[in-house]
Design a protein around this ligand. Structure first.
Ligand SMILES: [Cu+2]
Length: 148
């Protein structure tokens, strides 16, 4: 009887964290040289998984709230990153970023480093795509930002 309880408890402890733990968000590489979600909003501790549904793409981080950004992924490989620091992250595909294959991740509804994200050196096309993504990010968070 006692053994059974220990067994049940052990299983519960193994299984429970998966219910209370953070979410996963999946982003695909599309055939149009873009990411299926351009502006992703996640909570602190959530994981993003990039799925290589189309060939010739990867994920490279250009800017973010941390000094040490996540590593660059291999071409055509699945990639996943856990985001523990709140803020905005800018990433792109190494060969296509300057053609506008870019994505933003907003972690914990925190835009504190958005200004530095805007300063990221990109091609003119990359800059215009980034501007569009930043506008989306600002619009999405408007309801929660304090007005003077
Ligand atoms: Cu690409």
């Amino acid at each position: 009887m006692h053994f059974l309880w220990v067994l049940v408890l052990s299983i519960a402890l193994l299984v429970l964290p998966q219910f209370v733990s953070a979410n996963d968000l999946e982003i695909e590489f599309t055939k149009n040289d873009s990411y299926s979600i351009e502006v992703a909003r996640i909570s602190v501790g959530d994981t993003i998984k990039w799925l290589p549904k189309n060939e010739g793409h990867n994920v490279e981080f250009f800017a973010g709230p941390e000094i040490s950004l996540p590593l660059k992924s291999e071409m055509d490989e699945p990639y996943s990153v856990v985001f523990k620091t709140p803020g905005v992250y800018l990433y792109g595909c190494t060969p296509h970023a300057n053609m506008g294959m870019l994505g933003l991740i907003i972690v914990g509804n925190d835009l504190h480093n958005l200004e530095s994200i805007k300063q990221t050196a990109l091609s003119p096309i990359g800059q215009s795509i980034l501007k569009r993504l930043v506008r989306i990010a600002e619009t999405q968070t408007r309801s929660t930002t304090k007005s003077p």
